[in-house]
Design a protein around this ligand. Structure first.
Ligand SMILES: Nc1nc2c(ncn2[C@@H]2O[C@H](COP(=O)(O)OP(=O)(O)OP(=O)(O)O)[C@@H](O)[C@H]2O)c(=O)[nH]1
Length: 661
């Protein structure tokens, strides 16, 4: 898998290299393709790590991560913290003439590359979020693919997606990291489900939320541009109405004359209007021959003095005729002015105060470029493109023509009866400056939260599994302890009991006897089954065993009644310890034992009754010598056997104590 991952990474790197070489600008200046360079750095870091050079890998990845983090900050930080101009001047310092946007990768590409670099740094460590990082990069790449569709990119202020080839190289790096991750154990992979899916779902929700926020913010920005355009258009129309009204006032004031004005009179009369309405190119007096005989200001308009307008400006003839011959206000359309540039000329008839004779016409020349410059002096024309059109003809253009934003606004203007169109289009820089940071901040926060959620769920899952394993081994341990305790009990029981009859064995009997060192009188008896070998021989061992069990039950009952202990001594021999029993009472116990055993009606093969012989010894006082006491009982038993069996013999030698059937 590692080999396949290395091969895939190399392939992606090769592709990135081809992109870099293919980009002609990259030869002129290595910094012209920073996004591809960053992909190459991340890829090389990944390759170094896969090939087993962690130090080199980290060095390369840090080199990629530092600019990526800087780019991410430029997307995140508010304009009033670090302005776009500051970022641009920073970019300019690195490479004169460059802007921030020439340097930083597209937003989603910045994120996916940073996550790829972080994951390459961490290695295939599910506990550090490797699978979530890979899943998030996959989602980011899918969204980049969608964002690259032509209709999605049409109206974007920010760049969101890398170029298709760059996306392909990122897919290559991602798949290589995925391959390197695959060899983790099945159990580990199985454990990933619970933390991974909720965290990935949060990533998905975050991306959807970001997309929605981004669309909303774009709409708001567009509405702002629209409102500004409308405002400018309204302002222009209003100003022009004011201008026309002022012009009428101007014309009326000339009715007080009775001849063509002198140069001084003309200057005195026109100067305030010229000053107040800054967009007049000049105000001229035209005589009845359509000649310009007075003009204010004189100096910049010398070339029009003496010009016969009917000849030099035929397109204004109609308007001028209105004023000169019919005494009505005449207004040209948009005409090419004698001084150059488009403009509108108002011709106002000047009549004699005495007889109402028409003396000439006052021409108020409005230059459209000057008008635009005057009206829009509050607009930042360094970053806002303005265009005045009449139909399809461009009359005036202000502001930059390159680096413009994706939206423009068109508004209709009524300028002195002329229907014009005002186009406003903010530059991309202006829109970027106004761009709200909320969607990107939301995206970064959501992705961070998803990562933290993964880590918490993963740790919780691990703890839960460990806890479960511990609980299971605890139960097993408890069962083991219980089994061992039971075994121990069995062993202890077997060490002191006989398995066949469940009676105390010789060891327990001896321990009990020893414990009676102070009790006097103390009697012991040995009970031996007569001719038991014959039972085994003729009726088999199973019958023999059954007989032994019956006898032991009887013996236990009788001896325990007397406060003693009945035990199996070995073979078909039983013993009893009778504390506080003197010779008489122990003899009575022994006799009852013998009789009761007979009453069990256990028969030999030939119908004879099974009998027992009992030897009895009593220690009335004095120290306990177990061997001597047992020896005495044994000898008494021997005597009982020797003297015909089926009897009790007491070791005292007292004949009166001997019983027989
Ligand atoms: N079925 C069975 N037989 C046992 C057991 N322990 C000992 N025996 C038998 O008990 C018999 C004891 O025989 P002997 O010692 O010759 O004595 P006896 O036949 O009882 O004759 P006397 O004691 O002289 O009356 C042997 O045949 C043993 O095999 C046992 O646990 N089960």
């Amino acid at each position: 898998m590692t080999r396949a991952a290395i091969a895939l990474t190399s392939l992606a790197l090769g592709l990135a290299g081809v992109v870099l070489i293919g980009d002609q600008r990259a030869w002129d200046n290595a910094l012209s393709s920073p996004q591809t360079l960053l992909i190459v750095l991340v890829g090389m870091g990944q390759l170094a790590r896969l090939a087993g050079h962690p130090m080199l890998a980290r060095l390369l990845l840090v080199c990629a991560l530092a600019p990526l983090m800087l780019a991410l900050s430029s997307y995140l930080l508010p304009e009033y913290w670090i302005s776009l101009a500051t970022w641009d001047s920073l970019a300019h310092r690195f490479l004169p003439g460059s802007l921030l946007d020439d340097w930083r990768p597209a937003l989603l590409a910045t994120l996916s590359l940073a996550l790829l670099a972080v994951n390459a740094w961490l290695g295939e460590r599910p506990n550090l979020g490797s699978p979530l990082l890979l899943g998030t990069v996959a989602l980011l790449l899918v969204i980049q693919g969608l964002e690259s569709l032509p209709n999605a990119t049409a109206h974007q202020v920010l760049r969101y997606a890398a170029s298709p080839t760059q996306q392909l190289t990122q897919w290559g790096l991602l798949l290589a990291q995925g391959l390197a991750f695959l060899p983790i154990g099945y159990a580990e992979r199985h454990n990933l489900h619970r933390p991974l899916w909720p965290a990935l779902a949060l990533v998905g929700v975050t991306l959807l939320f970001w997309h929605q926020q981004k669309a909303l913010e774009d709409r708001t920005l567009r509405a702002e541009v629209h409102a500004q355009g409308q405002q400018l258009a309204g302002h222009t129309t209003h100003e022009f109405k004011e201008h026309v009204a002022a012009m009428h006032r101007f014309a009326n004031s000339w009715n007080l004359l009775d001849s063509a004005p002198t140069v001084e009179q003309w200057a005195l009369q026109t100067a305030p209007y010229y000053r107040d309405f800054r967009y007049f190119l000049n105000i001229a007096f035209i005589n009845l021959d359509s000649r310009v005989i007075r003009v204010y200001p004189v100096q910049p308009n010398l070339q029009v003095l003496g010009a016969r307008l009917f000849d030099v400006q035929p397109e204004g003839r109609e308007a001028l005729s209105q004023a000169l011959f019919h005494g009505r206000v005449g207004r040209t359309g948009v005409v090419e002015l004698l001084q150059g540039g488009p403009g509108i000329i108002h011709y106002l008839p000047v009549t004699s105060a005495d007889d109402g004779r028409i003396l000439g016409a006052a021409a108020m020349v409005v230059s459209l470029p000057v008008l635009m410059g005057t009206f829009f002096d509050e607009v930042d024309t360094g970053r806002m493109f303005l265009e005045l059109r009449q139909g399809e003809t461009t009359l005036v253009q202000l502001g930059p023509t390159t680096g413009l934003g994706p939206w423009q606004h068109q508004a209709s203007l009524d300028v002195a009866g002329q229907s014009l169109t005002l186009v406003t289009r903010p530059s991309r820089a202006l829109l970027l400056e106004r761009r709200a940071r909320l969607p990107v901040v939301g995206l970064a926060t959501g992705l961070t939260l998803a990562y933290l959620l993964y880590l918490v769920l993963y740790a919780y899952r691990r703890l839960a599994l460990q806890h479960r394993a511990l609980h299971r081994s605890n139960i097993e341990l408890r069962h083991e302890v219980q089994a061992r305790a039971k075994l121990q009990q069995e062993i202890e029981w077997l060490a002191r009991h006989d398995e066949l009859t469940a009676l105390p064995n010789r060891r327990l009997f001896m321990e009990t006897l020893k414990a009676q060192a102070e009790r006097r009188p103390l009697s012991v008896l040995i009970c031996d089954v007569d001719h038991f070998k014959q039972v085994n021989d003729h009726q088999g061992h199973l019958i023999g065993d059954r007989y032994l069990k019956s006898l032991s039950e009887v013996g236990r009952e009788i001896v325990e009644e007397a406060g003693g202990l009945f035990a199996r001594y070995g073979g078909e021999e039983f013993v009893a310890c009778l504390p506080a029993c003197d010779a008489h009472s122990s003899l009575a116990v022994a006799e009852r034992l013998r009789e009761r055993m007979q009453e069990e009606n256990l028969l030999h093969h030939d119908g004879r009754q099974l009998t027992v012989s009992i030897g009895l010894a009593t220690l009335e006082d004095g120290p306990l010598d177990i061997a001597a006491l047992m020896q005495a009982a044994d000898e008494a038993l021997y005597q009982a056997k020797a003297s015909g069996r089926d009897r009790v013999v007491c070791a005292s030698g007292d004949a009166s104590l001997e019983t027989r059937r």
